[in-house]
Design a protein around this ligand. Structure first.
Ligand code: FPP
Length: 259
């Protein structure tokens, strides 16, 4: 995406000692960055707070991540907000998260309008509470005409379920005579996934130090660079984001070949 140089420079003023905007090459930022936002609970526990307050603080970090992505000119920012396994959490926490997703989305719609951000979701939304589903639908409708950055929220998302669903859909199309099984290749398969039409993430960031994929974008992350930070999600700020981009730009990407 094109950036507004003046806004970007102002946004990254007051840099800490170890990182600055000049440490990244704005002509080589990844098109798609994806984030596994982890550590809200531990952030809260470390402060003697309820886990729910960690999630509330996580919303502020997410808003900053969206703004940072726009200022850096990413095409896509995607984040893992709720997995198919997260339903196993205490009912109270699940309810709180679903309500937080809905209220946050309504509250942040002006930001999406202001920054020309288009919303998108990865996951099966039909299983969500009506309040959350309706607000997501509204968010999709209201931002459908925006042609700036795409912001994708993975909610009730699981990668294995996504891949199985794609296989089932293709099988049904083959049985109906709409698809020749011999024509099924990686591109056609990818077109059945929630990420259809988006570039694969070039950079995956995971906060709070865990070294796991947790059933996230297994297909799409085939050649993605990983960046793991010990920082808990609520403390992940624009400077952490810049450190991740700088680290990414220092990597040599070979896609299985040699350079
Ligand atoms: C991981 O922390 C975080 C989540 C499962 C929820 C993510 C939600 C937010 C960041 C809130 C804002 C999101 C939106 C879309 C409005 P954890 O609970 O797994 O932390 P822990 O590993 O320390 O227990």
């Amino acid at each position: 995406m094109l950036i507004n140089q003046e806004k970007t420079t102002a946004y990254f003023a007051d840099a800490p000692a170890d990182i600055a905007l000049s440490d990244v090459d704005l002509t080589r930022v990844p098109r798609h960055v994806s984030i596994i936002m982890d550590g809200n609970g531990r952030w809260a526990q470390a402060r003697g707070l309820d886990r729910s307050q960690g999630h509330v603080a996580g919303v502020d970090a997410l808003r900053e991540a969206v703004t940072t992505s726009v200022r850096l000119g990413l095409d896509v920012l995607s984040v893992y907000a709720f997995s198919t396994e997260n339903w196993k959490r205490p009912q109270r926490e699940v309810n709180l998260l679903m309500h937080l997703f809905a209220t946050t989305l309504v509250k942040e719609l002006p930001l999406f309008h202001q920054e020309n951000v288009r919303l998108r979701f990865f996951g099966d939304l039909t299983a969500l509470p009506k309040e959350t589903f309706d607000v997501f639908r509204q968010g999709l409708d209201e931002t459908a005409d925006h042609d700036g950055m795409t912001f994708a929220l993975a909610v009730n998302y699981g990668s294995r379920a996504e891949i199985v669903r794609a296989a089932r859909d293709l099988a049904a199309q083959a049985v109906a005579g709409e698809v020749d099984p011999a024509s099924i290749d990686a591109d056609l398969f990818a077109s059945q996934l929630y990420t259809e039409g988006l570039p694969d993430p070039e950079l995956l960031i995971r906060t709070s130090g865990e070294l796991r994929l947790s059933n996230y974008l297994l297909w799409q992350l085939a050649y993605t660079e990983f960046y793991v930070t010990d920082t808990f999600w609520p403390d992940f700020d624009k400077w952490e984001f810049l450190r991740a981009i700088a680290a990414f730009q220092g990597r040599s990407r070979r896609f299985g070949g040699v350079v």
